[in-house]
Design a protein around this ligand. Structure first.
Ligand code: NAP
Length: 308
């Protein structure tokens, strides 16, 4: 099997080299250094985050392994033959990392630290009523690998957790619904962990904000295109949404002129809520390439029909 690794700005000694060591009977090439390599000889690709993967360079490609959990860019890429199976990354550390981010952001919102930060900038000493977590409802949009672990952690702190999924499959301790209207109607804090698909694009918008109680907080950790930026700015200015914590943006890096950067009711982080490390991803990549080579079903294949 011949494998190409196409991860922009990566460190080969942390990705390509350990893959090659584990698959010593196969050949692993760097996409940036394919001189002398017959492009038709490439069977499988390991790809990171790119605007265009140019995978049509490899006419005999039969398997794509993503190093990202979200594969929305891969599914939109016209250089990828829809018949080639794509596996997304599901490594053991990513849900742990995301759960830490969710806890940090939800507790920041719950303890009103956004409000106290604004008060501090005006040297205002005002103590505010503070409910306990048990009196607060957190809506987790997406009950997948990330949403389920985050929901369990939020439950352990005492929050009431309601969850949104496509199928409504039961999750311990979470009131799961397939209706976003139901999920949002009592939520004080919303955490978005949905995949970006035709159904979920723009899901955080004026219509859905209107379902939330006044003073709610939005935490978007999934994809920028889930959010309609102008609708959020409007809801913030009216106070309907008190604060937004945003890790992902339609254009990344977030352009310097974007209003989110200096908005007092917005917290911006640079798409870092959960990061892949080669140490946790490489074993998953190797396992899936071995499965592909043996003609077995790779793990975590994406269903193009539902978009995730
Ligand atoms: P996942 O395991 O595929 O789970 C997706 C969840 O969303 C499932 O519960 C699914 O429902 C639900 N869903 C999908 N379409 C829906 C719809 N139309 N209506 C309602 N629910 C729907 O995904 P994951 O691994 O948890 O990752 C989620 C997303 O997080 C990724 O796609 C990526 O965009 C984002 N992410 C962000 C970062 C970051 O650093 N900011 C890092 C990693 C991932 P079912 O359970 O019924 O299938």
């Amino acid at each position: 099997m011949n494998i190409v690794v196409d991860i922009p700005n990566y460190e080969p000694h942390r990705w390509l080299e350990p893959i090659q060591r584990a698959l010593s009977e196969h050949r692993v090439f760097d996409a940036a250094d394919l001189n002398g390599v017959g492009l038709h000889s490439i069977d499988a690709a390991v790809v990171g985050w790119s605007d265009s993967y140019r995978l049509d360079r490899f006419p005999n490609l039969r398997f794509i392994q993503s190093t990202f959990m979200g594969v929305d860019r891969l599914l939109r890429d016209p250089t990828i033959d829809p018949a080639v199976p794509i596996a997304r990354m599901v490594d053991p550390d990513m849900p742990v990392s995301m759960t830490e981010s969710v806890l940090a952001h939800v507790l920041f919102a719950h303890r009103q630290l956004d409000v106290y930060r604004r008060q501090q900038s005006d040297a205002e000493w005002i103590e505010r009523d503070q409910p306990l977590a048990r009196d607060v409802t957190v809506a987790v949009l997406g009950m997948g690998e990330l949403g389920r672990m985050a929901a369990a952690a939020l439950r352990s702190v005492g929050f009431r957790v309601v969850g949104l999924s496509r199928t409504g499959a039961a999750v311990d301790g979470v009131e799961v619904s397939t209706s976003i209207d139901t999920v949002l109607s009592h939520a004080n804090i919303v955490v978005n962990l949905l995949p970006l698909t035709d159904e979920t694009i723009g899901i955080l918008c004026a219509r859905t904000f209107a379902m939330l109680p006044v003073g709610s907080v939005i935490i978007n950790l999934a994809r920028g295109a889930h959010l309609v930026d102008t609708d959020l700015l409007d809801a913030l200015s009216r106070g309907h949404i008190r604060h937004a914590i945003l890790d992902v943006f339609t254009t990344e890096p977030l352009p310097a002129v974007h209003r989110f950067w200096h908005h007092p009711q917005v917290t911006v982080t640079p798409h870092m809520a959960a990061m892949s490390t080669p140490e946790s991803c490489v074993p998953v990549i190797v396992e899936n390439l071995r499965r592909f080579d043996r003609g077995e079903h790779p793990l975590h294949l994406v269903d193009r029909n539902i978009g995730y």
